[in-house]
Ligand binder design. Structure first.
Ligand code: OFO
Length: 161
């Protein structure tokens, strides 16, 4: 059975994943309202992915005999200054999430809870991908400038899931 200390940090993580999901959904509707349907679609897909992370973690916690405790989600902003600002914000959210996941792995190692360590190590890898994904979008937005927005919007609108 998973310890109460680990249950607490896993529940905090589930809340952070749901927070990310809510944030990306808000960003999606914000950009959709401005006519950026491609960016909006991409963020909506990512919002769904974060929700899936949360449920995967909650299933794991349940399987280990822990108790899922959904908590209040932080408020998310209603607007941003530019498309680049939206993606810079999402990158900083991902960096925060990476730190939280590292902390869970550290606690799991300290407690010799190898099942929890193993499970969350997959998210350590996932976060490398996620930071590279969001960081890549920010870099391309900055390098290409305003004129390339319609092209990137069309490209990102082709995301499958
Ligand atoms: Fe993008 O963070 Fe989930 O794990």
């Amino acid at each position: 059975m998973i310890s109460s200390k680990l249950q607490k940090v896993v529940n905090d993580q589930i809340t952070a994943e749901l927070w990310s999901s809510q944030l990306y959904l808000q960003m999606s509707y914000f950009l959709k309202a401005q006519g950026w349907d491609g960016f909006a679609h991409w963020l909506r897909c990512h919002s769904d992915e974060e929700r899936e992370h949360a449920t995967r973690m909650a299933d794991f916690l349940t399987d280990r005999g822990g108790k899922v405790k959904l908590q209040m989600i932080n408020l998310v902003p209603e607007g941003w200054g530019s498309v680049t600002e939206v993606f810079e914000h999402s990158l900083s959210q991902e960096k925060m999430v990476s730190k939280m996941i590292d902390k869970i792995v550290l606690h799991a190692i300290e407690e010799q809870d190898f099942a929890t360590e193993n499970f969350f190590r997959t998210f350590v890898d996932e976060q490398v991908e996620e930071e590279a994904l969001f960081g890549g979008v920010v870099d391309r937005l900055k390098a290409a400038g305003e004129n390339a927005l319609p092209f990137m919007n069309a490209q990102m609108g082709r995301r499958k899931e």
